[in-house]
Design a protein around this ligand. Structure first.
Ligand SMILES: Cc1cc2nc3c(=O)[nH]c(=O)nc-3n(C[C@H](O)[C@H](O)[C@H](O)COP(=O)(O)O)c2cc1C
Length: 382
């Protein structure tokens, strides 16, 4: 009954009429251009564009999410947060619940295998000020699946539904689910499980149509995304291999998905997001260095200098690669011991970046961070 009511609610706010969706799925060439600037909804939450920034463990820190919003993502997502870590008040896990005023709308993603613990975690996420609670049924990593969480839940639909039901009942925010196609190659499990999760209370489904076994190899098969979108009356988000505006347009037009999600293409490359939105071109060297510097400073504020120093190393290659700077430059930065030295080297390579950075910092909204009643070290990052 509850599931039926939620379905009815979701039906009341379709952002494309059924007729338009049908014509799009019929590959009507006149409709191949879907407007990425259109807003849509997950439950009562309005999402201002059809572009979603993917949750990525070890990447989706607050600086990444705020940057994603500035470059056109209508919805951003935290990395997966352990419900057990939240439940045990683990300091580092609680740190994932820091939310800035300019991140909204924001989904915080949780993972776990026990419905009551997931429900408790969802309440903490709601209290922290998130707009949506996302549940991870896609993580393929053994450390997670062996506990019964992540993609493993696709093999246990009753448990997966019980988790969604418990979370949806615990909070008043919309609940979304992100999943893979299934565990084994060629699996179509998502088409069985997806509708059950909607029945249990999911207000949106994100599909990354690779199997857990595939990890990130092969291609995301978005014909499954189209099949899923046909089966459910809640918005479906298409994740996997969205690397260009043309790909985003094609996937939106041919699957009936409400939005596309971008992950790896945005690592060290927020310009991919604006390009997908149809705005802006390739950045200058000064812009690249200024964005990287802003990212470094924000990450230090969030994680503290010690943690940030190691965390940031992978970002140097992501920002400075793509033919933007000579390869040895990245090697040099990775070997520097302090972030002060990194800053000096970056400004020496692109002196004009100082002015771009000043402008960026001036434009950033200040303050407004939700402060929870948590140990001070979380806020200092130390
Ligand atoms: C480094 C990395 C970390 C990821 N972490 C998460 C995660 O925490 N939660 C999740 O649902 N998906 C995670 N993903 C999967 C992405 O959200 C996305 O579905 C996948 O990368 C496919 O999209 P892409 O081709 O645009 O990268 C991760 C992917 C990468 C590359």
């Amino acid at each position: 009954m509850r599931g039926a009511m939620r379905l009815a609610k979701a039906r009341m706010v379709p952002s494309l009429s059924a007729d338009v969706k049908r014509r799009i799925r019929g590959y009507d060439s006149a409709l191949m251009q879907v407007d990425l600037h259109e807003s849509w909804r997950i439950g009562g939450v309005e999402i201002p564009s059809r572009l979603v920034l993917a949750p990525m463990a070890g990447v989706s820190v607050q600086a990444f999410r705020r940057q994603g919003r500035r470059f056109g993502a209508g919805l951003v997502c935290s990395e997966m947060v352990s419900c057990a870590g939240l439940s045990h008040q683990n300091e580092r896990t609680l740190g994932y619940l820091r939310i800035a005023a300019d991140e909204h709308p924001l989904a915080v993603q949780i993972f776990g295998a026990e419905p009551p613990v997931m429900a408790e975690a969802a309440r903490m996420v709601e209290d922290a000020g998130a707009d949506i609670v996302d549940i991870n049924f896609g993580c393929p990593v053994r450390k997670v699946t062996k506990t019964g969480a992540g993609a493993h839940c696709l093999e246990e639909p009753a448990r997966a539904s019980a988790i969604v039901d418990a979370v949806a009942n615990a909070i008043s925010l919309p609940v979304s689910v992100k999943m893979r196609r299934g565990l084994a190659n060629g699996s179509r499990t998502c088409l069985d499980v997806g509708p059950q999760l909607v029945e249990a209370g999911a207000a949106s489904l994100t599909l990354h149509p690779r199997s857990a076994k595939q990890m990130y190899t092969g291609e995301a098969d978005h014909t499954l995304t189209a099949e899923l979108a046909e089966l459910v009356d809640v918005p479906v988000i298409a994740s996997g291999d969205i690397t260009s505006r043309a790909k985003a347009q094609t996937v939106l037009a041919t699957t009936g998905a409400e939005a596309v999600m971008v992950g790896r293409a945005a690592q060290g490359n927020p310009w991919a997001l604006s390009q997908i939105m149809g705005e802006g071109g390739e950045p200058s060297r000064e812009e690249v260095v200024a964005e990287l510097m802003l990212f470094i400073r924000e990450t230090v504020r969030e994680l503290g200098e010690h943690r940030a120093t190691g965390f940031l190393k992978k970002f140097y290659g992501w920002y400075l690669g793509r033919g933007r700077f000579p390869r040895p430059f990245k090697q040099e930065l990775v070997q520097l011991e302090t972030l002060d030295e990194v800053e000096q080297r970056l400004f020496a390579a692109a002196p004009g970046a100082r002015f771009v950075l000043e402008r960026l910092e001036d434009e950033l909204p200040q303050g407004g961070e939700v402060l929870l009643d948590l140990p001070i070290s979380i806020y200092g990052g130390g």
